[in-house]
Design a protein around this ligand. Structure first.
Ligand SMILES: [Zn+2]
Length: 176
């Protein structure tokens, strides 16, 4: 993606504040859409996703993606944070929606940066503990299941691969 596409998408044609026409300008050294009438500067907000790393013994919880990008591949249960929503609460909600399982957040594992154009700009991954529910895929997950770490389905996203590496280390430490 070009800087204009990332920071100043042409689709932002009208001002959010006054309805005036937006033009391509620059602010802070980056291209921005700016209102010709009131001077409002449109800042594109980063998209933030939250994902859950849920282990049951030596099995990792994964969902089959029912939507693009990477439709048909498997990833951690995840979704976009709504404005005003705490990321840990978002993680619990997404696990519930996609797998019908109840979890509680234990700790933040990692914040992954993803290049523009690949979905979320940032992905926060929480380690989460299973607390209840019966596994059943829902929302934008086509399927859901626990997988042993040496027999995984095709995986989506570099962050999922990194979490699998961490899960393998975590499981190895628990074994004698
Ligand atoms: Zn305006």
């Amino acid at each position: 993606m070009t800087p204009d596409e990332i920071y100043a998408p042409a689709a932002v044609a009208f001002c959010w504040r006054c309805g005036g026409a937006m033009h391509l300008g620059s602010y802070g050294g980056k291209p921005r859409r700016i209102c010709s009438d009131c001077g409002f500067i449109h800042f594109v907000e980063p998209k933030i996703a939250v994902a859950a790393m849920v282990l049951r013994g030596d099995e990792l919880l994964l969902v089959k993606r029912g939507v693009v990008p990477e439709k048909g591949k498997w990833s951690l249960p995840a979704g976009y944070v709504d404005p005003g929503e705490h990321p840990a609460e978002c993680m619990v909600r997404e696990v519930q929606e996609e797998t019908s399982l109840a979890v509680r957040a234990q700790r933040l594992v990692e914040c992954y940066y993803n290049p523009p154009g690949t979905g979320a700009n940032l992905t926060l991954v929480y380690r989460a503990q299973l607390t209840g529910g019966t596994l059943s895929a829902g929302d934008d997950a086509a399927d859901a299941g626990f997988f042993t770490l040496d027999a995984l389905p095709p995986l989506a996203f570099a962050s999922t691969l990194d979490i699998v590496r961490r899960a393998r280390r975590s499981v190895a430490r628990r074994k004698p």
